[in-house]
Design a binder for this molecule. Structure first.
Ligand code: FES
Ligand code: FES
Length: 204
C-alpha cells in the first residue's frame, strides 16, 4: 500500500494489520517515534495524522490509506512545530528525552487546533507520560506558547493553582499505566522482537 509520511509517498510491504509505529520505525527507518507501552497508554509513539495527534502503536497501518502522517522527523517543517521545538529548548524540557518526541507532537497538534489554549485545554491535551517528570517544564513551555509570560518551570508550578491537581492526575495515570504495562509487557516486547527480527534492522 501507499503511505504518505512527512510529505513523501512510500510503497510499504508490511501487512495492513501491522501497527503504524513499526512501519515507521522498522520498515522506513524513522526512529524518532518511540515505543513505550504498546498499549496506547504512554504517548511515546505519538504522531500526527491529518493534523491530529494519534498513538501509532495501536493503529493498523491499513487505516492510514489516503491520510497524511507527520512524525517528529518533519515537525519543524511546520511553523507551529518549529515554535514548539524552540520553546522546548528555551525551557530545557527534555531530560532523558525518550518521551519528548511524543510530547512535541501532542503540543504541536494542540496548538495547530487552538492557537491560544487555556490551561484546562493544555492539561487535557498534554497527557503523555514522562518517567523523568518533566511536567512542570512542559507546562511552562506550553504557557509561553499559548501567549502567557513564559515563566520558568518552578514559578509556573508555584503560581498556577491547577498544577497540583494536574500533577496528581498525571501521577495516578502513570501508576495505572504501569500496572497495565506490567500485565502486557512480556507479550508486547515479544511481539516487538519478532517484528524487529523480521525487519532485520537494529533499533535506535
Ligand atoms: S507506545 Fe504507544 S502509547 Fe505507549
Ligand atoms: S524526558 Fe525522560 S521520559 Fe520524559
Amino acid at each position: 500500500m501507499e503511505l504518505q509520511i512527512n510529505d513523501k509517498t512510500y510503497q510499504i510491504t508490511s501487512d495492513a494489520e501491522t501497527p503504524l509505529l513499526w512501519v515507521i520505525r522498522d520498515e522506513l527507518g524513522m526512529t524518532g517515534t518511540k515505543y513505550g507501552c504498546g498499549l496506547a497508554q504512554c504517548g511515546a509513539c505519538s504522531v500526527m495524522v491529518d493534523g491530529e495527534v494519534l498513538r501509532s502503536c495501536v493503529m493498523p497501518v491499513g487505516a492510514m490509506a489516503g491520510r497524511k502522517v507527520t512524525t517528529i522527523e518533519a515537525v519543524t517543517a511546520d511553523p507551529v512545530g518549529q515554535k514548539v521545538v524552540d520553546a522546548w529548548v528555551r525551557h530545557q524540557v527534555p531530560q532523558c528525552g525518550y518521551c519528548q518526541s511524543g510530547q512535541v507532537m501532542a503540543a504541536t497538534a494542540l496548538l495547530k487546533q487552538v492557537a491560544q489554549p487555556s490551561d484546562e485545554q493544555i492539561v487535557g491535551a498534554m497527557v503523555n507520560l514522562c518517567r523523568c517528570g518533566t511536567y512542570n517544564a512542559i507546562k511552562a513551555a506550553m504557557h509561553e506558547l499559548s501567549g502567557g509570560t513564559g515563566a520558568p518551570a518552578a514559578a509556573a508550578a508555584a503560581t498556577t493553582p491547577a498544577a497540583p491537581a494536574a500533577a496528581d492526575g498525571i501521577n495516578k495515570a502513570a501508576v495505572a499505566a504501569a500496572a497495565v504495562v506490567g500485565v502486557g509487557a512480556v507479550a508486547a516486547i515479544q511481539w516487538s522482537k519478532t517484528q524487529k527480527a523480521r525487519a532485520g534492522k537494529e533499533q535506535a
